[in-house]
Design a protein around this ligand. Structure first.
Ligand code: DLL
Length: 444
């Protein structure tokens, strides 16, 4: 622990729950799990699959270990159950829904009653307070509103925690820093990629750091590396807190970093987390990486049990210095379904990000492209760089390309072609960044 760490005054919204002894927390989880199973039994989907697995009533769950009797739930199950197969309350009691965009198939839809929304806002507010914010903070919510859970989820949590919330939504970059200047924004919520874009635009338009009061950012909704966090922190001179959430578990507010910024506390009185080997579906050893399985204990209208998130992570085994007893999740290293196979070698996009974002010569955006060259796969890594490198003398440019190529080759054991692009020229996305363009024919 450094001197600076020692001086942190940790803040809690619900200290009696956040610092609850593990045995009490687990007893609370068990009682809430039974309640959630009761809710689930009322839905068409679980009303069928739970009795088939020997769970006919909440009393068939006698210990937390009994959760393993419950079958896993997948995105496919949710799609098959569209529109009301997972609803456990009369529709007249539902007050809101959120849904995936549905661009890749039937949308997955989550319904909430008013008590569900209150609970979600409370968990979100717990995150915000835990990250050191108070009523005097001004939160600019630079993330999509609408069917996506990020906007309204953070918005309600911010209000619940007593902050002033600016519903700026994503996009409209120049307007974002105008709002920061006009209303004294102290904290922003964004995807890390959009935050990097806002920062680059601020520099481009000559907005001085002194004209904004920004202190913190909540960044999530997509994977990013520790190097990206550090880069944002350095460029904007702020603290960045990692925020994990998933629509099937409400949205943001599932796991969040506290002021120690060392792993994301999963709110275990609201969600049960398990880590399993995605091949065998058996639990991994304590602290090991695997697929995160989540059970929602806090939503009556759409209870979801043992959801396969596809996210790869693990729990820290040592306690956090903030004193919270809720376990911390490590930064996600990717998803079981985003692994690229390049000439037979398994590569996660986050491995590439770690290399490029760790280099100070590289700008704020990059793109991974895959092509077929004859029978072989070709990996092309496009990175943005500042204007000073594009000079008549091509030597600095070639040297940088070679440095990136070599480092990538050592890290991922694939030899990429590296392209340097002017800053602002690679595509940006207001929502989740699309970092991979796989142009390989699908039928080979
Ligand atoms: O992205 C909810 C959210 C909104 C989280 C705002 C944080 C901030 P979905 O659209 O359902 O929900 O996407 C969930 O995004 O399974 C992960 O793969 C990824 N993801 C979310 N947060 C992180 C993070 C929202 N901090 C999916 N690190 C998840 C890495 C993340 N991946």
């Amino acid at each position: 622990m450094t001197e600076a760490d020692k001086s942190i005054q940790f803040q809690y919204r619900s200290p009696e729950i956040e610092k609850m002894p593990r045995n009490e927390l687990e007893a609370l989880q068990l009682s809430k799990l039974k309640t959630a199973v009761g809710w689930a039994l009322r839905t068409p989907h679980y009303g069928r699959v739970l009795p088939a697995a020997g769970i006919k009533s909440p009393d068939d769950i006698r210990s937390l270990a009994d959760i393993r009797k419950i079958p896993f739930t997948t995105k496919e199950d949710l799609r098959k159950g569209f529109p009301y197969g997972f609803v456990s309350v009369p529709l007249e009691d539902v007050v809101r829904l959120h849904a995936s965009s549905g661009t890749t198939g039937t949308p997955t839809t989550i319904y909430y009653n008013s008590a569900d929304l209150k609970r979600w806002a409370d968990y979100m507010a717990r995150c915000i307070t835990g990250a050191g914010c108070t009523k005097s903070d001004v939160l600019q919510n630079m993330i999509s509103y609408g069917l996506f859970t990020g906007g309204l989820g953070m918005h309600s949590g911010g209000e619940e925690a007593g902050l002033m919330v600016i519903p700026s939504a994503a996009g409209n970059t120049s307007r974002q820093f105008k709002l920061m200047q006009d209303y004294g924004t102290t904290v922003v919520h964004s995807t890390p990629s959009f935050l990097l874009h806002v920062e680059a635009k601020m520099r481009e338009e000559g907005v001085s750091r002194d004209s904004i009061k920004l202190k913190k950012a909540f960044a999530g909704a997509e994977p990013y590396s520790e190097d990206t966090r550090r880069r944002i922190e350095k460029l904007l001179q702020i603290d960045v807190y990692n925020s994990y959430g998933i629509s099937e578990m409400n949205g943001p507010g599932v796991a969040f970093e506290c002021q120690a910024k060392d792993g994301m506390h999963l709110w275990e009185d609201g969600y049960i987390g398990e880590i399993v080997d995605p091949k065998t579906m058996e639990p991994v050893k304590d602290g090991e990486t695997g697929e995160l399985i989540l059970t929602c204990l806090c939503r009556e209208a759409t209870p979801i049990l043992r959801y396969r998130t596809r996210d790869l992570t693990g729990f820290y085994t040592e306690p956090c210095k903030c004193g919270r007893t809720h376990r911390r999740l490590r930064r996600m290293t990717g998803r079981t379904d985003d692994m690229l196979i390049i000439n037979g070698v398994n590569v996660f996009p986050t491995q590439i990000e770690e290399v490029v974002m760790g280099m100070k010569e590289v700008g704020n955006n990059y793109l991974i492209v895959l092509e077929k060259e004859g029978v072989l796969d070709r990996l092309i890594v496009k990175v943005e760089v500042g204007p000073d490198i594009f000079v008549d003398d091509s030597r600095p440019m070639n040297a940088l390309k070679e440095k990136i190529r070599k480092t990538l080759q050592t890290t991922i054991t694939v030899n990429p072609r590296v392209e340097l692009h002017e800053s602002g020229s690679l595509p940006i996305s207001e929502g989740k960044a699309k970092r991979v363009q796989d142009n390989r024919p699908k039928d080979i």
